[in-house]
Design a protein around this ligand. Structure first.
Ligand SMILES: C[S@@+](CC[C@H](N)C(=O)[O-])C[C@H]1O[C@@H](n2cnc3c(N)ncnc32)[C@H](O)[C@@H]1O
Length: 288
């Protein structure tokens, strides 16, 4: 199994933008800005607010210049004004990373210990739990951040949030995940390539064949690479719209060679949430 198929995508160098920050910092700043705006919008509401970080990491991230940046989880927990989240759920599959995160959170935020959970588990299992948590009480609201390094998010798990009150930021592996598994020549597609694309997009092998490889009247063998990533992104947005009603614009994340790796986007039941997300995406786009 290749690294891509296993979801273990190797580190790629990050282009810096004109302000000297990398896409890792931009991504973290965008979710942090949204969390602040979310808590401001919710400050007078009676909802129980939960922050769910599905790929929480170890507590810090090493940047290209060897400096350390705090993980989004810690930064969000640091927001206290105008209000805090009522609960924080941090999911991290790696045992050592989960331990390190737990230690950092205990040290930095001892006062939040009884409302914080660091769960060593697969994010997909915890997304299913999250949907049960939301269904159990109509006054619950969730801000979720899904920040995989590869293709670890199963669309079937995201589907469990259908019609529920979750604002979900997703780092979608449009380039490093979907597109790398879709070969120009469909005959070269192995069952595991179909499976990978099926899993992250929530579609069947037949739908993949129809969407990417169906011959048209005018072009017997269309090249899936012509706009392949855009096509995948549009398909993904359409799938999300069936669950959340509203989907934000997207921020492209490219590697140093200019290739698209991911798209960062947000889905919500609330049009206001999307307006805020779009504003943030615009602010951080076109800066490279
Ligand atoms: C890109 S990093 C997340 C960085 C983090 N958001 C931060 O701000 O520091 C992805 C993390 O997800 C973890 N991971 C990988 N597969 C996972 C899974 N299926 N469920 C939960 N965590 C997973 C990895 O160990 C890694 O720490």
């Amino acid at each position: 199994m290749s690294d891509v198929e296993s979801g273990n995508v190797p580190m790629v160098s990050e282009p810096l933008n004109e302000f000297g920050s990398s896409w890792t910092e931009d991504k973290a700043n965008m979710v942090f800005d949204y969390a602040k705006a979310y808590l401001t919008a919710m400050k007078n509401q009676r909802f129980q607010l939960l922050y769910f970080d599905g790929f929480a990491g170890s507590g810090d991230v090493q940047l290209k210049d060897d400096t350390l940046m705090e993980s989004v989880a810690l930064r969000v927990m640091g927001i206290s004004e105008p209000r805090r989240f009522d609960r924080y759920v941090m999911v991290e599959l790696g045992k050592k990373k989960a331990g390190s995160l737990r230690a950092k959170l205990n040290e930095r935020f001892p006062e939040l210990r009884d409302r914080t959970w660091v769960i060593e588990d697969d994010c997909n299992a915890q997304l299913r739990n999250l949907s049960e948590y939301l269904k159990a009480n109509q006054y619950r609201r969730v801000l979720a951040f899904l920040d995989p390094c590869g293709m670890q998010v199963d669309h079937a798990a995201v589907e469990t949030l259908k019609d529920l009150h979750a604002d979900v930021w997703i780092l979608f592996p449009s380039g490093i995940g979907a597109n790398r598994n879709l070969f120009r020549d469909v005959a070269k597609m192995k069952p595991e390539n179909f499976k990978s694309v099926e899993r992250i997009l929530g579609i069947t092998e037949q739908e993949i064949r129809d969407h990417y490889y169906e011959p048209t009247l005018f072009e017997e063998f269309p090249d899936k690479r012509d706009g392949g990533i855009e096509r995948t992104l549009e398909l993904y947005r359409t799938k999300l719209q069936l669950l959340f009603k509203h989907v934000s614009k997207t921020k492209e994340i490219r590697n140093s060679a200019g290739g698209i790796m991911y798209h960062l986007l947000m889905a919500s039941q609330e049009p206001l949430a999307i307006r805020i997300a779009d504003h943030i995406i615009k602010k951080y786009s076109g800066r490279k």
